[in-house]
Design a protein around this ligand. Structure first.
Ligand SMILES: Nc1ncnc2c1ncn2[C@@H]1O[C@H](COP(=O)(O)OP(=O)(O)OP(=O)(O)O)[C@@H](O)[C@H]1O
Length: 304
């Protein structure tokens, strides 16, 4: 369980995180979403005791990280995949961490196998690793202490499609095992198939804390698309019922303000043949962009 209460972080005149409160429950993959500069990394760093809050509390399993005597066994985290000593091999890096966290040596080979860094990859110096391999090593570090709570900052960055699928499967399994899995991203498209719960922030403030399904329902009201060889006549009928009708072309109409059932009934009543009748809901990406539009720091390179 992760509990953030009225958390604030100021850097001089910049408020990176402002009065932020949310809870992340075990047994779920929770996406931590927000545009660039929203305050995600700062929040994760406060949860890990790497940054001191200006106000409020950031607790993991009921305690602040600094009070956890056995670090990696309580929280596993991947913050920055580049943040490893390049001269060491993946195995040596993990062995050093296992020693300092009093984790049994055998766990190193287990996590190397888990993330697919076996054989010569485990013996290679980390400086020769691709970003994708560094991400895998970072995930191995997070898993090393078999912790109940895991946090990942932009873990899909640099992964190829096979890597993305693998990470998604791993996160789901970790959540299924009853762990708390908290994953940041600035892209809704990445979270759509990764997370089942969402915490959305913008300019350091909470915008939404709900399930992905609830979040999707926030999007623009669904529109109906209808295609008919008699689209002109149908448009008149629908407009008379109060719909806002926008033609796509001679045979296709976009209908706002009436649902598909009513459009179908009216077409039937007026003997207008239909070629297509479909409801289109806004994509999650659209819902996310609408919701965070006021908190985007830069639009097309221009400061707002
Ligand atoms: N050490 C620091 N000193 C000054 N300002 C900082 C510092 N760290 C972060 N900030 C500022 O705080 C704000 C939040 O940054 P943060 O990195 O937490 O956002 P983020 O949501 O993780 O963004 P991104 O998706 O770009 O990584 C930004 O305006 C950033 O410039």
């Amino acid at each position: 369980m992760i509990e953030v209460e009225q958390l604030t972080k100021r850097y001089g005149s910049t408020t990176a995180v402002r009065d932020l409160s949310f809870t992340v429950r075990p047994g779920h993959v929770t996406g931590f979403l927000g545009p660039n500069g929203a305050g995600k990394t700062t929040t994760l760093r406060m949860l890990l005791g790497l940054v001191e809050p200006s106000g409020g509390t950031a607790m993991v399993s009921g305690r602040s990280f600094r009070r956890h005597p056995r670090g990696l066994r309580h929280v596993g985290a991947l913050l920055d995949a580049h943040d490893v000593h390049g001269g060491l091999s993946a195995r040596a890096h993990l062995q050093a961490l296992a020693r300092s966290n009093r984790i049994p040596k055998g766990r190193v080979d287990e996590v190397l196998a888990e993330v697919g860094l076996t054989g010569s990859a485990a013996r290679r110096r980390v400086r020769t690793f691709s970003l994708g391999m560094k991400q895998r090593l970072g995930i191995a570090v997070a898993l090393l202490g078999d912790p109940p709570v895991l946090m990942f900052d932009e873990p899909l960055n640099g992964l190829d499609p096979e890597g993305v699928l693998w990470v998604r499967g791993l996160f789901r399994r970790l959540a299924y095992e009853g762990r708390t899995v908290f994953v940041s991203s600035h892209l809704m498209s990445e979270m759509e198939n990764t997370a089942d719960e969402l915490i959305v922030i913008g300019r350091g403030e909470l915008i939404a804390a709900e399930s992905l399904v609830q979040f999707a329902a926030r999007g623009t009201a669904p529109t109906v698309t209808v295609r008919s060889p008699d689209a002109g006549a149908l448009a008149v009928v629908l407009a008379a019922e109060g719909a806002v009708v926008t033609p796509y072309d001679e045979v296709a109409l976009k209908v706002d303000g009436l649902d598909a059932v009513r459009v179908g009934e009216l077409a039937h009543q007026h003997r207008v043949p239909l070629w297509e009748l479909a409801t289109r809901t806004a994509s999650l990406e659209t819902a996310f962009m609408e919701l965070t539009a006021d908190s985007v720091e830069y639009v097309a390179g221009e400061p707002r």
